[in-house]
Write a protein that binds this ligand. Sequence first.
Ligand code: HEM
Ligand code: HEM
Length: 184
Amino acid sequence: MAAEPARGQGWSRAQRALHWWNAGFVLAAFAIAWVMASVPLAELLLKFILFQVHKTLGILAFLVVLARLLLRARRGRPEEDVAVPAWQITLAGWAHRALYALLIVTPVLGYLTASLAPLRIPTLFLGVIPLPALTGPNQAWFGIVFALHRALAIALIVLAVGHAAAAIRHHLLGRAVLVRMWRG
Ligand code: HEM
Ligand code: HEM
C-alpha cells in the first residue's frame, strides 16, 4: 500500500475519497431531483420515496463538504503542477472557491425549501431519521427559495462539468492533476 503523501505533497487518502463521494452525492441528488419532480401525484409513494432519497443525498453531500473543508484547513492542498500555466491556476482557484460556496449554499436552500413547502412532506434522513422543519409553511417564500435552490443547483452542475472537463484536459496533456486526485 502506498505511503500517505506528506502535507502539501499530495491529496491524502481521505481527501481523495471525500472528493469522489461528494461528486457522486451531488450528481445523484441532481439527477433524482428531475425524476422526483416528473413523477405524477397519482404515484404518491414513489414520489415520496424519491423526495427522501433526494434530500438524503443532498444532506450527505453537505456533510461531506464540511468534512472536506475541515481536512483542507488542517492538511492544506498539494502544490500546483509546475506544468500548469499561472492563469489556469488562478482560474481553478476561483472555480474551486465557487464550487465550495455552491456546495454549502445549495443544500442549505434545499433544506429551507423543504421547510417552507406549503404541502409539508417530512424530511427523513436515510429514510428513518426525522429532521425538524426550520420554518412554518409559506407559499411566497417557498417560491423564491425554491427558485434559488434550483438555479444554484444548475450553476453547481454547470461549474462541476467545466471543472471535470478541465481535469480531463490536464490529464490528456500529460499533467498529474487527475491522477493524483484519483490514485494519490
Ligand atoms: C447539492 C445538493 C442538491 C442538489 C444538487 C439539488 C438539486 C435540486 C434541483 C435541481 C431541484 C429542482 C427539481 C425540479 O424543479 O424539477 C430540487 C428540488 C428540491 N430539492 Fe434539492 N438539491 C440538493 C439538496 C437538497 C437538500 C439537502 C434538500 C432538503 C433536505 C433538498 C430539497 C429539495 C426539495 C424539497 C425540492 C423540490 C421542491 C418541490 O418541488 O416542491 N434539496 N433540488
Ligand atoms: C459534482 C462534481 C464535482 C465537484 C462538486 C467537485 C469539486 C471539487 C473541488 C471543490 C475541488 C477543489 C479541492 C481543493 O482545492 O480543496 C476539486 C478538485 C479536483 N477535482 Fe473535482 N469535483 C467534482 C467532480 C470532478 C470530476 C468528475 C473530476 C474528474 C473528471 C474531478 C477532478 C478533480 C481534480 C483532478 C481535482 C484536483 C485539482 C487540483 O489538484 O488542483 N472533479 N473538485
